[in-house]
Ligand binder design. Structure first.
Ligand code: NAP
Length: 661
């Protein structure tokens, strides 16, 4: 953007809201070369001492951006909780450099983020409120009321609402904010002059209370009284009355320095983008601010959106890249909100949740349960985008040994669809992905029993899988497949995120002379082997987050002349093009796509029971044997892991040296 544009009141991006999310997003946009103008309603930062806790994923992002030294030494605060039950977030990953939670007071975070954004060249105007917006084909017109009530109009290529849970931009932009309002409220106060015992979310018959004394001598109080839902402004006498009713202690002599309330509201914008207007942070999702998840979720939104939006406004990427922001951050938000709702239930529930809390307490005795929850809260779970690879900040794989499972769960929390996994290479792949920790959808066409067997084999090893039936190559095939897939995923993990797709199902060729092939046979090959994979990929990408993996199974026959399999080879050549052509488009989303070409592989078919035939087939391989399904499945599995993140668009020869000649 030129100086003239800036003077004329135009910016690449206008951000409403200079809280932590808006300021960090401004810095991210500037780092990507975008011109940014931040409008903030308040004339001064609030100066509130609200504690913000930073989690491992946010710390990782800040480390990547060189921000951690600017924030100084952040004290570790531990151990954390899940709905009031002790949970040590450091258990998310003992090898992670930032596992745990780190205290960073809000005013300090805002001050440093503002400095960082200004250093990078962001413009920040305080005392400016957005009052109207209108989108046209190439810009968004933003009405602003400045200091003294003067109105003026600005324009930008994009407007982002980072203006908090009561977002004006969300309202003006016509976003739907689905969910429910609070029906439980916790009062919060910083009080001077008290000398009471510290306690953490302590349960009393009449409610819950927290108190902790800060080094500066003030006491942070939180109190919830069962059945009470105070409205209007919070007063100290209200807090003192609730405290006395719940704990029996009198705090009326204290002096309130800061008062507020929070509740268990849970709402989320159904779209994070409407044309040229986007939402981030609390503007996109309202949740109970428990354990710092809200601010971390918002900062992670900014880390996802900033680089993408910068690329779009500087002409390096098409606007549709912005759709991936919704595709990635909306599920992450929904996942966090569900987690917080569960915690709110455990936390606020009166007597009737006691049994649930006891059962949860028992579950938390298991390290895998603690690790799972700690990873979710820390932003290290599958719903979060993978960190940018930086050797010093990348989380290491965990090394958990489960009976009957691999010693390294490289796909923990991932979901996978393997087409044609009732038998052969598909089955071997499904089993391996599940061993690595993935939840696997076992797809098949008709062979119900074989699909059941695959699921059984997986479950026997302690893995998770479900079957999905859909015949490919017929009208409505992909729709049917995804109906079953989404139902299965929703039932098990509450969302339809798909991390891994293996396009394996195919009509394989028994060989027929080129002159004998009928148009119907030709169409069938193409419908099942080329058209279906194409539209499966198209559909899967709607729900595939960053870190996603697509593996297309082709054949060594595309690289060697076998005239009797010409139509089959043509379909697989098409699939290789699908891989090659899409790789560049998908890389910015952090998704890889590769082709794996098996050679002759024992899929349990009758021919592999015939020793002479097997001997003849074995001669094609440099190893002088036919491939086992597992030989190929191991290669496919590797390509789905984080270790293969640097391979995309590749043709991977898994023929056992058949193509060496
Ligand atoms: P396979 O044993 O023949 O099993 C095929 C799988 O695909 C089964 O799960 C089958 O489901 C499913 N399937 C077949 N047609 C379908 C359709 N129209 N709709 C939905 N599902 C369908 O396969 P494989 O030999 O392991 O081969 C797997 C992949 O490797 C294929 O892409 C193949 O082209 C490739 N490949 C294999 C070899 C080899 O020697 N085996 C060599 C090179 C490449 P049902 O069980 O319900 O029928």
């Amino acid at each position: 953007m030129s100086r003239h544009d800036a003077a004329a009141g135009h910016a690449d991006v206008i951000l409403a809201g200079a809280g932590p999310v808006g300021l960090f997003l401004a810095a991210e946009l500037r780092a990507g070369g975008a011109d940014v103008l931040v409008l903030e309603r308040l004339t001064e930062p609030t100066g509130e001492s609200r504690a913000s806790v930073l989690h491992a994923r946010t710390m990782e992002i800040f480390a990547d951006r060189g921000l951690l030294p600017k924030l100084g030494d952040l004290p570790a605060v531990g151990p954390g909780h899940f709905g009031g039950l002790r949970l040590d977030l450091a258990e998310a990953d003992p090898d992670h450099p930032y596992a745990g939670q780190w205290e960073c007071l809000q005013y300090h975070l805002e001050t440093e983020l503002e400095r960082h954004a200004l250093d990078l060249g962001a413009r920040i105007r305080r005392g400016h409120t957005v009052t109207g917006l209108r989108q046209t084909a190439d810009r968004v017109h933003v009405d602003v009321r400045g200091p003294g009530g003067r109105g003026h109009r600005l324009t930008a290529a994009y407007l982002v609402g980072c203006d908090g849970e009561d977002s004006t931009v969300r309202g003006l932009g016509g976003f739907e904010f689905a969910g429910r309002e609070a029906d439980r409220v916790m009062l919060r106060a910083d009080v001077a002059g008290l000398d009471i015992d510290d306690r953490r979310l302590k349960r009393y018959p009449a409610g819950i209370a927290t108190a902790y004394r800060r080094p500066d001598g003030t006491t942070r109080l939180m109190v919830h009284r069962h059945g009470e839902q105070p409205t209007g402004d919070v007063t100290f006498s209200q807090v003192a009355a609730a405290w006395s009713a719940v704990t029996g202690e009198d705090i009326g002599h204290g002096r309130a320095l800061w008062l507020n309330r929070f509740g268990n509201a849970s709402r989320q914008a159904t779209e994070y983008r409407r044309g040229r207007v986007l939402l981030a942070g609390d503007a996109a999702h309202r949740q109970m601010p428990v354990g710092g998840q809200a601010v971390n979720l918002g900062l992670q939104d900014a880390a996802d959106l900033g680089p993408k939006l910068a690329r779009v406004v500087t002409g390096q990427a098409a606007p549709r890249l912005l759709d991936t922001y919704h595709a990635e951050r909306h599920p992450a938000g929904a996942h966090t909100l569900a987690n917080i709702r569960a915690q709110a239930h455990l936390l606020f529930g009166p007597d009737e949740v006691t049994a649930l809390r006891e059962v949860f307490g028992e579950l938390l005795e298991f390290a895998t349960v603690r690790r799972h929850l700690a990873r979710t809260i820390s932003g290290l779970d599958a719903a979060a985008p993978p960190p940018r690879p930086a050797p010093d900040t990348r989380p290491h794989s965990s090394h958990t040994h489960l009976p009957g499972r691999s010693t390294v769960d490289r796909l923990t929390d991932k979901t996978a669809l393997v087409t044609g996994s009732s038998r052969g290479i598909g089955r071997a792949t499904a089993i391996r992905l599940a061993r690595e920790g993935a939840l696997v959808a076992v797809h098949y066409a008709a062979n119900d029993e074989a699909a059941d067997d695959t699921v059984r084999l997986i479950e026997k090893e302690g893995g998770s899988a479900f079957k999905v039936r859909a015949e490919l190559g017929v009208p409505g095939d992909v729709h049917e497949l995804f109906l079953g897939l989404e139902r299965g995923l929703k039932e098990r993990i509450g969302e339809t995120r798909l991390d891994i797709l293996v396009n394996n199902a195919a009509v394989t060729s028994t060989g027929s002379a080129p002159e004998d092939l009928t148009p119907e046979e030709f169409d069938r090959y193409f419908a099942v082997n080329a058209k279906a994979p194409y539209f499966i990929v198209q559909r899967a990408l709607e729900q595939m987050p960053a870190g996603g993996r697509i593996v297309n199974i082709t054949t060594g026959v595309t690289r060697t002349s076998v005239p009797d399999q010409v139509a089959y080879a043509m379909t697989k050549g098409a699939v290789e093009q699908l891989t090659f052509q899409l790789a560049r488009t998908l890389a910015p989303r952090g998704i890889t796509i590769n082709s794996v070409a098996p050679g002759i592989t024992d899929n349990g078919g009758a021919v592999f029971d015939n020793p002479q035939a097997v001997e003849a087939m074995a001669r094609f391989s440099a190893f002088n044997r036919v491939g086992e399904a597992g030989d190929v499945a191991d290669v496919i599995t590797f390509l789905t892991t984080d270790e293969a993140r640097w391979i995309t668009g590749a043709f991977v020869d898994a023929t056992g040296g058949t193509l060496l000649g």
